[in-house]
Design a protein around this ligand. Sequence first.
Ligand code: DP6
Length: 344
Amino acid sequence: MSEIVSVEAPANIAFIKYWGARDLERAIPLNPSLSMTLRACATRTSAQVLGRGMGDEMWLVGDGGLQPAGGSFRDRALAHVARLRAWAGRDEGVRIATHNSFPASAGMASSASGFAALTLAVVAAFGRDPEPAELSRLARSSGSGSAARSVLGGYVEWPAEGSGAGAEGAAVQVAPASHWDLRDVIVLVQRRPKGVSSLQGHLRAPTSPHFATRQRLLPERLDRARAAIRERSLAQLGPVLEQEAIELHLIAMSSVPPIFYWAPSTLRVLERVRGLRDDGVPAFATMDAGANVHVICEPGHEPAVIDALGSAPGIDGLMRDRVGEGPRRIHEHLLGAEPGGTGV
Ligand code: DP6
């Protein structure tokens, strides 16, 4: 048996959203995006190369130990393992175990951290150590575009293909986590997974009459977001990230057929965030393709945000997160050394 490699990769929250794909299967975006890599919301994955002729194994770490993965997650993950194997020019099977630090039932997108962790663990188990740009492209080829950003820490930009910015198709770091300590108070509004996948959303986005307008406005908005990060100005960044979130949902709601991700409590939380600002607390809300709200603020204002939102009616809990440094190798393995054994 070869060495077990274990990796932790974080989720990320987009300030400028990837919404609409030129090529959905390879996750080639129609527009650039910009995100903050998180720290607490992360996926841990262990990988071990098996002998030749052995099939792949995919395990989830649950309460009672390892359980075989099933359903569409398993299919997508194994298809990605096959892609990584072909890239590495290898033919052995791989044994994988994975675990999310945040509850899978929390309605939080876990595919960015999941596919970033899977990519990094399998590539390392095959003994390869590619440049970050190649890792970003490999993570993206899973079909989860946001995974392209999760292989890097801090503030990360993923240019649209053909824009001439950065390595083609790969995300690049705009600033490290140490540059600016931003906090993300995640307000859980709905724990169940969203009804319509992001993949469907990307597909339908260009059917919205507002899609073309958004594409026209994005370059200037991206410049403003990048400059705000450089200057550590939440007064500049906040309105941009809030506008982006609302526009993503405007496009979803006006796509054909329409997609409604918001729940009634989403609006109540947004109202509270506006109320916080009226009381002099600079906090700004963003949402991915779901009902949960990420409230971005600086450390000094985090207690006031938690206080105001923890008691909002109809919410199902809060999670505290912050900008993080990106993926790392870990030494606690989720697999035991022998087949079927667990290291947890
Ligand atoms: C709204 O195709 O990366 O989060 O694989 O489900 O994470 P998942 O979706 P993906 O699209 C992400 C859409 C978004 C915006 C963003 O993260 O840029």
